[in-house]
Every structure is written in C-alpha cells, then in structure tokens.
Design a protein around this ligand. Structure first.
Ligand code: 2AM
Length: 483
C-alpha cells in the first residue's frame, strides 16, 4: 500500500488540522493514532471525502509511506514523544525522517536528534505556532534538527505554512539540534509579553481613565491601523467590543485568573541559564502567577485597601501616551527576545539568521505583526546587530515614544495601577544605556563579605583585586592583588 507522501501520528485537533491542511495542498497523508477509535472517527467525520489514508498500527503506517519515509508526530509533549519514537524507530529504514511538530522542550529535541542520528534516522523538531486555526489554514513553522532532512520535507512544510504578504512561506530552516523548538519557545515568551503589554493598556484605560468598552474597542481598532498593527491588537478590539446576552461587556464576566502551559516560563528559565535579560517576559509570566493568587488578592484588597484610582490629571493625549508606552515596551521585549536567541546561538553553536526568524513570525502565529518587517529589516541592515535597540529605526522609534512611556509609568505608579511590563521595560532601557551602573557597590559588597574580588576601572579587564575592608586582614584571594 505504498504511496502516501507523509505520515502523521496523533489525531488531536492540531494533528487533524495539519492533516486536512496537507490534504488541501495535494499531499496524500497516512494517519495513525494510539486510540484507533479517534482515527476512525476522523476518517468518517472531518476527513470524509479526502485522500487521507487511515492506519491501525505503526507497522501499517510505515508500510504506507514512500521512501524516504516522512512522519510527523503531533503527540503530547514529554514522555509520549519518547514512547512513540521508541515504537516507531525500529520500523524505519536509514534516511527516514521523523518530525516532532509538538511543543517539545528544545533540550529533549536536541537529545532525540542525537539518539536518532546514531540509528541513521533524521530527526526534525518543528515549532508550530498559530493554534488550531493556524494549523488548519497555515501556521508559522520553525523547523530545526537534522538539516539533511530539509530538502525532503521543505516542499510539504512550506506549502502548508502561512504566507507573508509578499507570498513568502512562514517556514524556513532555523538551525541544528533543538533550534526550531527553541525559536518557538522564544516566540511563546514574546507572546506572553505582548499579551501583558496589551493588558496593561486595558487596565489604564478602564480603571485609570474610566473609559467605556466601546471607547476602548475603538482605540484598539485605531491602533491596529498603525505601528501596532497585529493579530493580538486586532483580537483585543474584538474582545472589548463583545457583549453578552444582556448587552454587558463579555470581558467583565471573565475571571481575572490567567493560566499558562509553561512555554513562557521555559523561555525565562533559559534566559536565566544563559545570562540574558528577558525581564519583560518574566514580568508577564509573574503577572499570570499573581493573577492565580486570587484568594490572597481578595483578602489583601480588604486588609490593605485596593489602591488603584482614577487618573485625575490624565490630560490631553494620555491614550496616545499609553500607545507609546505599549509600543516602546514591545520593542524592548523583542530586543530581549532576540538577545536570548543570540545567547542560545553562542551557547549551543547554532548559526541563526535573525532576519529570517523575524520573517517566520510575520504571519500564521500569534505574535504576527507588521512590526516584524521592521525587525527583519534591522537585521538585514546589520546581521550581527548586538541589539535591536541599537538599530536606527528603533532608536528613532524609542526616541519618539520615550516621553509618553515615562508619563504613563509615572502616572500609573502615582495612582497604584501595576504596569510591570511597561516599568520593567523602561528600567531595562535605562540600564542598558547606562555607562555606569551602581553595580560597583554590589561588587564591593561581594568582596567585603565573601572576598569575591573585583575588577578596577583603571586596570585592564581580567585583573582581580581584593580590599581588606574591615581592616582585619586575611581573606586574600590567590591570584588577586591586594589593594
Ligand atoms: P490518544 O488519542 O490515543 O490519547 C494528544 O494528546 C495526542 O497525543 C493524542 O493523539 C494522543 O493519543 C497522543 N498521545 C498521548 N500520549 C500518548 C502516548 N503515550 N503514546 C502515543 N500517543 C499519545
């Protein structure tokens, strides 16, 4: 029964939608699911009338595929991926390709690529973003791993991917090992940040300015026509405009507790591991954590008194200032995201093309935005750009936004509206461009209590000094000078 172009394992909604998307593009897909009833249901239901081939065993799936076999897995991240690979690999031949399209941790992907390479199989970890709708109509796809697989899978993956306005598929080879899943993880972290900067704007408008829902929806509609043009701003306008059966804003019915699946947290953990600042995304993750402490918040509001008040002196142009605060914070967040990618490239020896990564996110995924063209252009101008904050376009953009950004953070602090993303982004911006930070004191403290030594402003880097701070002597560090 040879002849299928690709096999797909795992028929939850994402898997089903990718199969239908591949079928739309003329590919014959053989499918398998651990629970056969789900396969039957799919074939009799959504896949009825398509060319999709059902298989009841992995042996049958392997037998249905042309050589080299191409098999995409869309199973639950974690143990299920290893279990499936364990059963599948013995049924495959040298040069066959396994693509993990799930939300696997990049370190797992790197390990699996290594293990399968030893068995002569080509493993690809592909980050896929865009949710169920993206999977069906065209997601952003970030494949990485065994590059020898790319020519064999490029045609299918680029066909099913979203297309940017210029027609380019939002799918390109990212890099070796877990680079594809890493990029997806950074995407998800940035997504957390984008959502938080929007939530802060909503908070300021609703509480600080006392705006109505239709007014706020109008603002987001306007913003979506300009620099902030993006999927998340667009859906926020829709959400704010939505009314329930009684005509009340639907958003007012929704509990202020936001869940998370963990990829934002992974990005922040990696940023800490690699020593790269990802402060805005960290604030976004923490904001969700704080949102989950609802009982505490209710009790604290009673005991401590809710603080958030109305902006008395919002004055002219405050909404425009919120726009600028959001935009500037978003620039900082993306600058941090790309710094993290650079950190990973150094740490893991990946040669990443940052302009290309920005282009992958232009359509299909949750963070899709006009803004990504500006980022791609910045890396085109200078591929080794140390930070987006040093590109002319963003220097000018931040320069224009800065006054409004400071005004909003100051006002929010004044009336007790938390703006952790705007304020941490501003703190980062100010620290990043400070030639002299107060960290000389931190170094002195470390040397005082732990004889950790310090470097001096008037000596070359790499020379270490120690001071006998308390005049008690001792504590000399070998290889360091006594100063
Ligand atoms: P199931 O329908 O048999 O549960 C998302 O949960 C997808 O991952 C489903 O297709 C699910 O199959 C599959 N899945 C979860 N755990 C699995 C495992 N240990 N082995 C194989 N498939 C698994």
């Amino acid at each position: 029964m040879a002849g299928a172009d690709i096999g797909l394992i795992g028929l939850a909604v994402m898997g089903q939608n990718l199969v239908l998307n591949m079928d739309d593009h003329g590919f014959t897909v053989a499918v398998y699911n651990r629970t056969t009833a789900r396969t039957t249901e799919f074939l009799d239901g959504r896949a009825k009338g398509t060319k999709v081939i059902g298989t009841a065993t992995l042996e049958e799936l392997a037998a249905s595929l042309d050589s080299p076999r191409r098999i995409m897995m869309m199973v639950k991240a974690g143990r299920a991926v290893d279990a499936t690979i364990g059963q599948l690999a013995p049924l495959l031949d040298e040069g066959d390709i396994i693509i993990d399209g799930g939300n696997s941790h990049f370190e797992d992907t790197s390990r699996r690529a290594r293990e399968l390479r030893e068995r002569g199989l080509l493993f690809v970890g592909a980050g896929i973003s865009g949710g169920e709708e993206g999977a069906r109509r065209g997601p952003s796809i970030m494949p990485g791993g065994e590059k020898a697989a790319w020519p064999q899978i490029e045609g299918i993956l680029r066909a099913i991917a979203a297309k940017a306005k210029d027609g380019t598929p939002c799918c390109d080879w990212v890099g070796p090992d877990g680079a594809g899943h890493y990029t997806k993880m950074v995407h998800n972290g940035i997504e957390y940040g984008d959502m938080q900067v929007i939530a802060e704007a909503y908070h300021l408008m609703r509480v600080g300015l006392g705006m109505t829902y239709p007014e706020m929806a109008g603002v987001f509609c306007d913003w979506n026509e300009g620099l902030l043009d993006s999927y998340l701003i667009g859906i926020t306008a829709d959400i704010l405009a939505h009314a329930d059966e009684q005509g009340r804003p639907t958003l007012e019915n929704i509990l202020d507790v936001a869940g998370q699946k963990g990829t934002g947290k992974w990005a922040v953990l990696s940023s800490l591991d690699l020593g790269r600042p990802m402060t805005l995304v960290a604030e976004a993750v923490h904001s969700r954590v704080v949102s989950g402490m609802r009982r505490h918040r209710i009790e604290a509001a009673e005991i401590l008194g809710a603080k958030a008040g109305r902006l008395a002196d919002a004055g002219e142009g405050f909404v425009d200032a919120v726009h600028d605060a959001l935009y500037a914070s978003k620039i900082v967040s993306y600058a941090q995201g790309f710094m993290l990618l650079k950190g990973a490239a150094v740490e893991y020896g990946w040669d990443l093309d940052y302009g290309s990564i920005a282009r992958l996110w232009r359509e299909g995924c949750i963070i899709r935005a006009a803004f990504l063209d500006d980022i791609a252009a910045a890396f085109d101008r200078r591929p080794d750009l140390p930070s987006l904050l040093l590109d002319k376009f963003f220097i000018d953009a931040l320069g224009r936004a800065e006054a409004g950004w400071r005004r909003v953070v100051t006002a929010a602090v004044g009336i007790g509206i938390p703006v952790p993303a705007y304020s941490s982004a501003l703190a980062f911006y100010d620290a990043y461009r400070s030639e002299r930070l107060p960290t000389n004191l931190v170094s002195a403290q470390r040397d005082y209590f732990g004889a950790h030594t310090y470097e001096r402003v008037d000596h070359p880097r790499g020379e270490f000094f120690h001071t006998d701070w308390a005049g008690t002597g001792g504590g000399a560090i070998s290889g360091s000078y006594q100063a």
